[in-house]
Design a protein around this ligand. Structure first.
Ligand code: HGY
Ligand code: MN
Ligand code: MN
Length: 468
């Protein structure tokens, strides 16, 4: 396989002590453990310079972070306790305004680029230095949770609030980022705006993406009033850090506080369009039917079987599907659906894609259907920056949290940012490993622990210069 999958072997990385009790989390001893004495490293390279302050009482305010998460969750509520705050909706705009007001209250200067990415900047002692960026996304799935995305943006804000409270200055500026349209559920592909920032997607191509109703991304961004005037990307970034919930069961099952994300798996979204013939479901003889819905069902099973055939690390499913005219007594004449294939190994992704095209074409031929394939989203597996990863591990150790290496199953803006800046991710557990479900849940302690690790990694990278 293309990537050393040994890191998925969890045997060596789990420490038995310092466990978090899932669900009704009590305050385990690690959460209150004071920091060990901290020995500053060499003064030569400021990027690795560490400041005695970091070893002392640098902590975020857990209650304040939690309250911000709960306040943000009130915008674009779902129907079952989660959120439906899809990209470029009015709710997305309301969330942006709330975030903007919080940043203004902290004295940050806010600028927005042409993709609507929001950057809230805290100056450092040396404005000539590129910013350390930290953030994630505020848009959600249609039946999303309260934490997928907002935890990373609001933990970043909490770092700024804590620095302001402590009166500390960093060398590098720090910029909090809210990336537009990370989810890609309304406008494919996912991580679209960070992709434009990283030079992977062209601005005009992104503007022309349409949602299921045919609305253009560019028009919707204009409609909600969040087209900024700043160029998208093309500027130096010292480093990028992203805190995100795991969205899987590994951390909670192993009772580990922190996920140190070393890699992220790659993805292919293959959108299939099947063309059949609408006809009466009652009077049309079975042999003469050209049923696009039947083709979609058979190709859905095929995708599942292909993923199973590439076990243990490949995954595959059809999450999006539409049939037309979607009337009970009309044989579907058209089906449009998207296969989501993922693996840590690019060769496996390519193999699954090829097997799907071959198998689906054979199914279409047997059923007399027209078939069209479109690559609706794709990114390769990523390896994050070793120096940034080391800072995350050192912070978790210093703060007394248990940690393990992880490969991210989900895609994140950090994946594209790793192309233009040293990048690392931090993960916290989530209850039952559940996400992209309104029942998504984390504990306040999990949020605080991971935000503290983010705090130390970001501040160590930005360099502390003094107490104001
Ligand atoms: O699809 C993903 O992995 C991310 O949640 N957008
Ligand atoms: Mn996310
Ligand atoms: Mn998501």
């Amino acid at each position: 396989m293309g990537i050393d999958l040994g890191i998925l072997d969890l045997s060596g990385a789990i420490k038995s002590e310092n466990v978090i009790k899932p669900k009704n989390v009590t305050k385990p001893e690690t959460m209150t453990k004071t920091c060990d004495a901290y020995k500053p490293k060499s003064e030569t390279d400021p990027m690795t310079q560490t400041h005695p302050m970091i070893g002392r009482n640098l902590r975020i305010d857990s209650d304040r972070l939690w309250q911000s998460l709960m306040d943000m969750a009130k915008i674009g509520p779902g129907v079952a306790g989660g959120n439906n705050r899809q990209a470029l909706t009015d709710d997305d705009s309301t969330a942006r305004h709330l975030f903007q007001s919080w940043c203004a209250a902290e004295g940050l200067s806010l600028h927005t680029d042409k993709m609507g990415n929001m950057f809230a900047r805290r100056e450092g002692s040396d404005a000539s230095l590129p910013p350390v960026m930290v953030g994630s996304h505020l848009d959600t799935q249609p039946t999303g949770g309260k934490y997928d995305g907002p935890l990373g943006v609001l933990a970043a804000l909490e770092i700024i609030r804590s620095l302001n409270e402590a009166g500390l200055t960093t060398r590098h500026p720090i910029e909090i980022v809210n990336w537009t349209n990370e989810e890609g559920c309304r406008f494919a592909p996912p991580m679209m705006a960070s992709g434009v920032f990283a030079g992977v997607h062209d601005l005009d191509w992104a503007y022309d993406r349409t949602d299921a109703a045919g609305a253009r991304f560019g028009d919707e961004l204009e409609r909600i009033g969040w087209v900024g005037d700043a160029a998208v990307g093309g500027r130096p970034v010292a480093a990028f850090f992203e805190l995100h919930i795991e969205q899987g069961p590994i951390l909670e099952d192993s009772k580990t506080d922190i996920g140190v994300v070393t890699h992220g798996q790659g993805l292919n979204w293959i959108r299939v369009t099947l063309t059949g013939k609408e006809a009466h479901t009652g009077s049309t003889p079975m042999p003469s039917r050209v049923n696009a819905g039947l083709g979609m069902a058979q190709i859905t099973v095929l995708a599942h079987q292909i993923a199973l055939a590439h076990a243990p690390y490949a995954v595959g499913a059809v999450g999006h599907c539409e049939i037309f005219p979607n009337s009970t007594n009309i044989i579907p004449g058209k089906a449009i659906f998207t296969i989501d294939f993922r693996s840590p190994d690019p060769a496996v992704i390519a193999a699954m894609h090829d097997e799907l095209r071959t198998g689906a074409s054979a199914i279409a031929k047997t059923l007399g259907l027209g078939i069209d394939f479109e690559l609706a989203g794709a990114f390769d597996p990523v390896a994050f920056d070793p120096a940034c990863i080391d800072r995350v591990r050192a912070a978790a150790d210093r703060l007394g949290y248990s940690h393990m290496d992880l490969v991210s199953g989900a895609g994140h803006d950090a994946f594209w940012m790793s192309r233009v800046a040293p990048t690392a991710m931090i993960m916290c557990p989530c209850v039952d490993g559940l996400s992209h479900n309104e029942a998504e849940e984390i504990s306040q302690d999990w949020a605080a622990a991971s935000a503290n690790v983010l705090f130390h990694a970001v501040v160590e990278t930005a360099g502390l210069v003094s107490d104001d």
